[in-house]
Design a protein around this ligand. Structure first.
Ligand SMILES: [Zn+2]
Length: 244
């Protein structure tokens, strides 16, 4: 690949507007236009976090960003274009903040759930498999968790939220990541900077997603249930709409 997209959302999850440049214009397999930018605010779908949506405005048109995906260092923005775009155009990216902020709250909440869960009595072979911020769940492999744990888990999550801990994000190398994290997934992303997030006094976790600055911003959280789905512990949660 000739260049890498600068991922501005990694530096500041609260930035909603960015001036940048069109590097390349392409098409996906269905013929939809793809815009490639020098730097981007759009989080490309991954790690359970949905793609950001929003607009890219140029001198001769506006592109509605439907989906962003990451491939080998480059973010491809699939768009519906009204007007014309050319390589070299100066453009302004604007993300849909309402959706992004929800995703940030949901993502940090998933980490809070993990930090709460590992403080409660749990099977030693428990390991986080994946999270999802659209349907709001976290999956764990390992021995079955008792469904009754949901009550205590919800209390613990809300204690962490009420403590309004800071989320501290740092870029690390692989050696440090493996040394400081208790849970390291086998399939760490390649080509992306490695990061860890640490919430208050809890252990750092590998993470490439967007987070709220403090846990209080998540608002009250509900554990909807713990169930076993195809041998995997499935923990569903919910955020309060009043926190929006
Ligand atoms: Zn994360």
């Amino acid at each position: 690949m000739l260049y890498e997209t600068e991922l501005v959302y990694l530096k500041n999850a609260y930035q909603t507007e960015l001036e940048t440049e069109i590097i390349r214009i392409g098409q996906d397999e269905t013929g939809s236009p793809l815009l490639y930018l020098d730097s981007t605010l759009f989080y490309p779908e991954g790690g359970g976090q949905p793609s950001d949506v929003g607009t890219i405005s140029g001198p001769n048109g506006v592109a509605k960003v439907i989906h962003a995906r990451y491939q080998q260092g480059v973010v491809a923005h699939r768009c519906e274009i009204d007007g014309n775009f050319n390589e070299g155009d100066a453009v302004i990216c604007r993300i849909d903040w309402h959706e992004r902020h929800h995703n940030m709250r949901a993502h940090t909440a998933g980490h809070v759930l993990h930090d709460a869960l590992v403080q409660l009595p749990h099977p030693q072979d428990l390991f986080p498999l994946k999270g999802n911020h659209k349907n709001l769940y976290v999956d764990y492999t390992g021995s079955p968790l008792p469904a009754a744990l949901a009550v205590e888990l919800e209390q613990k999550c809300n204690q962490i939220i009420a403590a309004d801990y800071e989320t501290v994000i740092r870029e690390v190398d692989l050696e440090e990541l493996q040394r400081i994290c208790d849970y390291v997934p086998a399939n760490l992303p390649t080509g992306k900077p490695l990061r860890v997030v640490k919430i208050g006094p809890h252990s750092p976790m590998p993470c490439g997603g967007t987070h709220v600055q403090r846990t209080g911003e998540i608002g009250p959280m509900k554990i909807l249930g713990i169930s076993l789905k195809k041998g995997v512990n499935h923990i569903k949660y919910q955020l309060s709409d009043t926190a929006d």
